[in-house]
Every structure is written in C-alpha cells, then in structure tokens.
Write a protein that binds this ligand. Structure first.
Ligand SMILES: Nc1ncnc2c1ncn2[C@@H]1O[C@H](COP(=O)(O)OP(=O)(O)OP(=O)(O)O)[C@@H](O)[C@H]1O
Ligand SMILES: [Mg+2]
Length: 244
C-alpha cells in the first residue's frame, strides 16, 4: 500500500531523514519507534505532503505521491492524525471533525460524511457528547481521540498516527489502542509513530526503529520486542502483546 524509497527530507539546512526506505502492506499495522528528535514526525509530515521531500520516492497504491499536494494525498486515501495538541482549539469538536471531510464535502459525498461521523461517534462516544464544545477545552486524551476522529472523517485507506498516547493517562492509552486495534480488525491499514514502544509493539505487526533520521532495526513486533537492545532502550520491563 505504501512504499518509501531512499527518502530524504529536512528543514532549511537541517537534514533530518537520511535515506529512509520502508513499506506498509494492505491491512498491516506498522509501528515506528524512536527517541525524541529521531525524525518520526518529520517522516509522517513528508508522507502526508505537509513537508516536501528533498529526494527519494513515496508510492501510495502504485501512485507516486512524492510531490502531490496535501489535499490530493488525503483524497487518495492517505491521512495523518497529528498529535492531539494540533487540533483546532478555537473550533468545536464537530467543526474539527467536519474539516477532516473537507474534500468529500467538495465532492458532494454528504452521505459518506454522515456515515463517517456516525462511525467516529460510535468509536469515541465522548466526542458526540462534546460535539459543540471548543476543541481547546478537551483533555489531552480527548484531543487525541479528536485528532484520530478527524483523520477518519476523510475515509482513509491508510491511517497514519503521530503519538496517539502522548499526554494520555495509562487507562485511556489502553482504550485508545483498543479502538485502533478494532479499526485494524475492520481492515484499516495503519502506520503508527510512537515513543511509547510498549503500546505500539503490542498492537503492530511489524516495526522499524528510528535513530537520528535512519532506520537502525526492523522486524516483526515480536522480534523487536525480544531484541535486548530494543528492550533496554525502549521497553524497560517485560511487555505483553495486546492479543495475548
Ligand atoms: N519545523 C521545524 N523546523 C526546524 N527543525 C525542525 C522542525 N520540526 C522538527 N525539527 C527538527 O527535526 C528533527 C526531527 O524532529 P521530529 O519532530 O521529526 O522528531 P520526532 O522523532 O518526531 O521527535 P519526538 O519524539 O520528540 O516527537 C529535530 O532535530 C527537530 O528539532
Ligand atoms: Mg514527533
């Protein structure tokens, strides 16, 4: 579904991604783990069309999206749920959600929008309860749900998520990850970036480990979870897969 070849990107003089190659197959959940500043967000922003690649190629469903504008990439079915604190805080929850369906509104797909909204409210009941509340007044965890919900409103085939556990209480992390697991079960393909390697590897089929803009390790989640280096650097104590 997604294939990235030798991707380089950065900001001004700063070279962040140094030749990234990775892929995501249809129906897979793939995790990218790595420390602060490793370039995880930069990678997602580059795939989503927020940031232009300097070189390399991004193929999405056999279409070269490396230089497509953001709206085209969303329309193709590749959508980024940013970190929760990047919701539009002065707009209501519902306005934020509808914004995620912007291109469908333009194409007159109002029935699809209504059904996506229903789906999002079913996944995250709190968003329906708070539909008319300003997004900025939501808790950190609720804002994460809103960011994911907004991305789902675009009707994605590939959902990319940037740190859905950031700033979220442990119990809610569990619930958000259960929801992501359900979306995966329903067939959604997922690319997930996390500092919380424990949560990410418990959900994902495969993963890549990022260090200073490069992939230093890749494998199935089980392989990565069993790897002593990964355990020491990212997992700490023993962890268990979500489906066990
Ligand atoms: N808009 C920007 N302008 C300039 N430099 C930036 C910008 N955004 C990120 N950087 C730099 O790029 C590097 C990679 O940042 P990035 O946000 O991709 O890391 P990350 O892996 O997502 O980290 P974190 O886990 O803290 O979210 C860092 O050195 C960061 O300072
Ligand atoms: Mg980041």
């Amino acid at each position: 579904m997604l294939k990235i070849l030798n991707l380089e990107a950065g900001y001004g003089q700063l070279r962040v991604l140094k030749g990234i190659s990775l892929h995501v197959l249809p129906g897979e959940a793939v995790a990218i783990i790595g420390a602060n500043g490793a370039g995880k967000t930069t990678l997602l922003k580059t795939i989503a069309g927020v940031l232009r690649p300097r070189s390399g190629k991004i193929m999405f469903n056999k279409q070269d999206i490396s230089n497509e504008p953001l709206e085209k990439i969303v329309e193709a079915g590749c959508c980024l749920a940013p970190e929760g604190r990047h919701v539009f805080s002065t707009m209501t929850v519902k306005e934020n959600l509808l914004l995620g369906a912007y291109h469908r509104q333009r194409n007159g797909a109002s029935a699809d929008i209504a059904s996506s909204l229903k789906q999002v409210y079913k996944l995250f009941g709190i968003l329906e309860e708070r539909a008319n509340q300003l997004a900025g007044t939501l808790s950190g965890g609720q804002q994460q749900m809103l960011a994911i919900g907004r991305a789902l409103m675009s009707g994605p085939k590939l959902l990319m998520m940037d740190e859905p556990s950031l700033g979220v209480a442990p119990l809610l992390v569990k619930s958000i990850y259960q929801t992501i697991a359900n979306l995966k079960r329903e067939g959604l393909t997922i690319l997930l970036v996390e500092q919380n390697a424990r949560a990410a590897l418990a959900l994902a089929d495969r993963g890549y480990v990022f260090e200073t803009g490069q992939i230093v390790l890749e494998g199935t989640s089980r392989e990565l979870g069993d790897n002593p280096e990964v355990q020491r650097a990212y997992l700490g104590k023993e962890y268990r897969r979500i489906d066990e």
